[in-house]
Design a binder for this molecule. Structure first.
Ligand code: FAD
Length: 382
């Protein structure tokens, strides 16, 4: 077992502990199911393979990730007597970063007189911004074209991992600092809520599957303290039919549950919601509130002329639920491939189609997602 990140004393001890555990299991391995021999850091249950087939599909959806190679925008801008604070462009990590990025946005209001605030956008960034503003004493109205269940935020797969948020080498060092700050705050906030089942947040083992050796992603290199039980596994330490497997434990957020709950929290704290589509920036600036938070995701491209904002289309296939599945897999296919278990469905991904504004479901993408996931799970050693 190769531990990633800094070989801290804690990691070395954990590594030794699991090696010892595996060695002591060796003698009785033949008396157990094969999967019972794999040391799992979180679940005490053997691995179960999800059943993948076309006739188990319950729904297929798509969404457009609001991506900026330079990274997301949190900044304050003055338009005559209106102060606009932007909070948009979180790519494939907006659920993950929501509380943290929104905390940075609220921090931008420092020095302003606390009163009435408008939040434009009712996705995860709008709702978390609104909640944090309420906690700071503001009276908040959310103005939005789509309520959260129709926003991209309700399409997001929900793994807690700030991935595909910016392009390394394009984003500035200052942005990287902002990103890490947001990730740490967001991790704290989600973990704090994870004990309450009404928020739809849980911890799960994540397995990254590869046909080639895997480099650690930026967030695992730069934020190792936010992920536990991180290790490269040897073939006898996992059941997956690929040579390279990396593991970590992180959170999984069920967007529909989470969004509904924080919307309810927003109403309970006296918030108001107005369904409204803004055709342009002047319409936003004509709102009655002088403090306006721009949480319009991809909408910010046209509303605030951000030419760096581009869509990344993603397609997800939902299968019948299977309560026996309690881990995530990422990778291992011929294209973007992942499997996340949810209470109401097994989610299979995915796709990553840069600059594709279309929103229709593509049958060939569905077929590829099914074929790739089936190849993994039909060949699992369970
Ligand atoms: C397939 C897929 C998988 C993903 N997986 C993950 C994941 O595993 N983990 C993760 O952290 N993130 C994931 N994401 C990314 C995440 O979903 C987004 O980063 C996040 O939802 C962006 O939130 P938002 O609130 O900024 O935008 P949105 O949810 O798009 O909300 C924007 C809001 O602004 C409103 N709006 C826009 N324009 C106007 C206008 N002109 N007038 C009025 N209102 C307007 C919209 O109606 C909407 O309510 C995934 C995304 C996709 C598509």
């Amino acid at each position: 077992m190769r531990i990633t990140g800094k070989p801290s004393r804690r990691n070395v001890l954990k590594s030794l502990a699991s090696v010892t555990a595996i060695a002591s299991l060796g003698g009785c391995a033949t008396a157990m199911t094969k999967s019972a021999g794999y040391a799992r850091p979180l679940s005490r249950k053997p691995f179960v393979a999800p059943r993948i087939s076309h006739d188990r599909i319950v729904r297929v959806i798509t969404g457009l990730r609001p991506f900026r190679p330079q990274g997301f925008v949190v900044k304050r801008e003055q338009f005559d007597d209106k102060t606009v604070i932007h909070n948009y462009g979180h790519g494939g990590g907006g659920i993950t970063l929501s509380w943290g990025s929104s905390a940075l946005a609220v921090r931008e209001s420092m020095g302003m007189t606390i009163g009435e605030a408008a939040v434009v956008g009712g996705g995860i960034m709008g709702l978390t911004t609104a909640r944090l503003l309420q906690d700071a004493g503001w009276q908040v109205t959310i103005y939005t074209r789509d309520v959260s269940r129709h926003a991209t935020s309700n399409v997001g797969a929900g793994q807690w991992g700030p991935t595909s948020v910016f392009e390394e080498g394009v984003a500035s060092k200052a942005f990287e600092g902002q990103y890490k700050f947001a990730a740490r705050i967001a991790h704290h906030a989600f973990q704090n809520l994870s004990g309450n089942p009404n928020y739809g947040i849980s911890f799960a083992e994540n397995y990254f599957l590869g046909h080639e050796p895997q480099e650690d992603s930026y967030y695992l290199r730069e934020l190792p303290e936010l992920f536990t039980s991180v290790a490269h596994l040897e073939p006898h330490e996992h059941p997956f039919p690929v040579p390279y497997v990396k593991r970590m434990v992180s959170m999984l957020i069920q967007p529909a549950t989470f969004l509904r709950r924080i919307r309810d929290d927003f109403y309970l704290a006296g918030g108001k919601m107005v369904v409204r589509n803004f055709a342009n920036r002047s319409e936003i600036l004509s709102l009655g509130e002088t403090a306006i938070f721009n949480c319009t995701g991809l909408g910010a491209k046209a509303l605030f002329d951000d030419e760096n904002l581009v869509p990344i289309k993603g397609q997800l296939v939902f299968m019948q639920p299977d309560p026996a599945i309690d881990y995530l897999t990422i990778g291992g296919g011929t294209g973007v491939t992942y499997m996340f278990p949810r209470r109401g469905e097994i989610l299979l991904g995915g796709s990553y189609q840069l600059n594709d504004w279309t929103t229709h479901v593509e049958a060939d993408v569905t077929d590829r997602i099914i074929t790739d996931n089936k190849a993994i799970f039909d060949n699992m050693r369970v």
